[in-house]
Design a protein around this ligand. Sequence first.
Ligand code: 5AD
Ligand code: SF4
Length: 459
Amino acid sequence: MKVCLQTYGCQMNKLDTALVEVALTNNGYMLTDSVKDADVVIINTCSVREHAEQRVRSHLGHLKHIKQHKADLVVGVIGCMAQRLGAELLDDGVVDIVCGPAQIPQIPDLIAKTLREKQKALAITDQIRKPTPPDQADALEEFETIYGPEEKTLPSQAYIRAMRGCDKFCSYCIVPYVRGPETSRSPQAIIAQAEKLADTGTKQITLLGQRINAYEYKAGDKTYCLADLLEMLSQIDGIEWLKFVTSYPSEKYYDRILRAMADLPKVCPYLHIPAQSGSDKILKAMNRGYTATQYLDLLAKARQIVPGITLAGDFIVGFPCETDDDFQETVALVKEAQYKSCFVFKYSPRPGTTADKRLEDTVPLEIKKQRNYKLLEVQEKISDRLSKKFLGQTVKVLVEGPSKKPHLNLAEGKNYPQLVARTATDYIVVFNGPTSLAGQFTTVKITKTSPLTLFAKLE
Ligand code: 5AD
Ligand code: SF4
C-alpha cells in the first residue's frame, strides 16, 4: 500500500506530517510523492486564512477527478481544517477520513479500517476547548516520541514540539478553536527526545509552540519556563544551536528568556515576535494585550540584553476598521522595529472567531492589497540596509543542502553546486560548495547581499 502525504501550513503541521509518515511506515505502508501512484492520499491542512482552505478545496476537486477513474483511492483530510469542518468535509463524496490534530495517533487504524470496511471515518474533538482527556494526552505523547532521525526535514536539524494549542484568543485567530487548550509538554519528554536526536547527529533543535515564551510546566514545587528548558537542552552534547518559535510579545518570562539567550552560547540570538499592528486601537480590537509602545519597549530590551539579536515580525493588514492613519502607525512601527524580515498577511475573517462574530470585514480587498504591498516595500528597504552590513564579514552557518532554485552563480566556486545555509540569526546564506557540507557547520565570507538573502564564498 502506498500513501502520499501533502502538507499545508506552518511548522507545527510539517512536524505532524513527519510523525504520521513514521507511524505509517512503521505500519508497513510505503510513502510516495505521486498522487497517481498512491492508494491513500492524506492532506494535512491549515485554517489560519481562507486562502489556505481554498487551496485544499481545489486540491480535493482534483482528487475527486482522479477518483472517477480510481474508485478505490482513499482520501484523508487531517489537521486544522479537519477539526474546523468535521463531518461537512465528508459531504461531497471525495473525502473518506477526517481526522483532527488531537486524533492523529489514530491515523494508521483509521486508514486500515477504511480500507477494510469501505466506510467513512470521522475522528475529531467535540468540545475543543475542554481539557484534553488523559488517555488522549497519553496517546499524543507516545505518538510524539516515534519521531526519529530519519524524519529530519533537513540534515542535522529537527523540530520538537514544546507546546500544543493556544489560550490567547487573539480576536482574528482560529488556532485556539482548532488546536485546543494550551498545554506544555514535560521537560523530561522534550529532553529525552533531544538526546535521542543528538545521538543520531542532530545539531540544531527548534522548539515549537504557538506562544513558545509562555512555556510553563509544573512538577512538584518547581515550575519550568522556556529559559529552564533552554538551559537543560544546552547541556546535551552534540546539540549546538537551539532556536524557538513563535514568541508572543508579553512580559512573562521575557527577561529570563533573553538572559538565557545572552548567557547560553547555544541559544541563537533570534526572535520571531509578531506585532500584528502598530495601532493601539487595532491591537485592542485584536485582543493582543499590549500597546505599540509596550511592544517597542520589549524589542529595545531584547537589543539591550542580547546585542546582535535579529528580530522578525508578522503583521495583519486590513483588520476591520483599520484606517489609513492606523496603517501609517503600523508603517511607523515597522520602521522603528528594524526587523530583519517580516511576513504580512491580509486580514481573512475566520468563522467562529470573535472578530468575525463582532466586526464586519470593512476594508476592501484592493486596500488590503495596497497596504500589504506598501508594508513589504518599507520592510524591503530596511532588510536591504541590514543585509548590506554583512558585506565582507565571515559568518558561521549550518548548511541545509543544495539550493532548490539556484540564485546567481558565483564565480568563486562554479565547479560546485549552490548550497543554502542559515546563520544563527536566521539569515539565509547561499554559496557554492560541495554537497557533502549538507548538515555541517562551516564559515563563509559574505560577498554580495539582497534584502532577504546573503551570498557568500567558502572561507
Ligand atoms: N487573517 C490574516 N492573517 C492571520 N494570521 C492569523 N490569523 C489570521 C487571519 N485571520 C497571521 C498572523 C499570525 C500568522 C501565523 O498568521 O499574523 O502571526
Ligand atoms: Fe493565534 Fe494569538 Fe494564539 Fe498566536 S497567540 S496562535 S495569533 S490566538
